[in-house]
Design a protein around this ligand. Structure first.
Ligand code: ATP
Length: 242
């Protein structure tokens, strides 16, 4: 596979999108710093020089866009597993694809795709994982955040990147073969909000309930006060603690 390493870039996801037609599954772009890192819906992602593991990976799904929801959950699980294997235990997941440490955001994953309904779909999977953020950048982050250094010294950033990239690739191959079913148990083990009171935000609307993990499609399950279970699949949905 190809790995491109760049010191400074606008956005690794954008860069990989610009090269889409020339990439192969599993190719990665790694940067030291992003000047225009992005989150969902145009929100900024702060990625200062040297403080983060910033990586984008190209993938292609023959099953098309419908499978992309499950894929983004699988990427989160894979990153947590790689961190565990590298000696950083205790990281959890927030549906659909944030990494949490002690209830604060440790990493964001942004899956962007292009394709037509029914056809295969091309994806760029971006991630920004806080390692050790410079003091001067910390106040720019508008929500509680965490960094991996809280769990111990990060001695070798290169092996961390490699471990994450390999695990993501392995998990995506398994996902293509067996779907989200192969990951459901793992998700429910790592799900930070599982069993907790939460709010689901959909535009202006807020729905309160208890988070009950995911179903066989990767949809978020919310138990309402009436006992009814409501499911949410992808799109413009945000999950918040109560
Ligand atoms: P959602 O639940 O809808 O995904 P979100 O607030 O987590 O909401 P994202 O688009 O995933 O939104 O991420 C962007 C947000 O993440 C920013 O608005 C900011 O609050 C936060 N953020 C930006 N940079 C960092 C960082 N380095 N570490 C942690 N959080 C960050």
């Amino acid at each position: 596979n190809r790995a491109e390493l760049v010191p400074v870039i606008g956005s690794t996801n954008q860069h990989w999108f610009d090269l889409l037609s020339r990439l192969e599954k599993g190719d990665i772009c790694v940067a030291e710093c992003q000047t225009a890192g992005r989150g969902r819906r145009g929100r900024p992602w702060i990625s200062p020089f040297g403080g983060q593991l910033i990586m984008s990976m190209y993938w292609r799904l023959e099953q098309g866009m419908a499978a992309a929801m499950g894929l983004s959950l699988v990427v989160g699980i894979a990153v947590v597993e790689a961190l565990e294997a590298q000696g950083f235990p205790g990281v959890e997941l927030k549906w659909p694809n944030d990494l949490y440490l002690n209830g604060r955001k440790l990493a964001g994953i942004l899956v962007e795709m292009s394709g037509t309904a029914g056809g295969p779909c091309q994806l760029v999977i971006g991630m920004g994982l806080n390692l050790l953020l410079p003091q001067s950048e910390q106040e720019r982050i508008t929500q509680p955040w965490a960094e991996l250094a809280e769990l111990g010294n990060i001695e070798d950033r290169n092996s961390l990147v490699i471990a994450v990239a390999h695990q993501v690739q392995r998990s995506l191959v398994l996902f293509e073969r067996e779907g989200i079913a192969a990951f459901r148990e793992q998700w429910n083990r790592l799900d930070y909000f599982n069993g907790k009171a939460v709010r689901v935000l959909m535009g202006e609307q807020q729905i309160h309930g208890i988070a009950r993990g995911i179903d066989a499609q990767g949809a978020l399950l919310l138990e309402l006060e009436s006992g009814e279970i409501k499911r949410f699949l992808g799109g413009e949905i945000s999950l918040r603690g109560n």
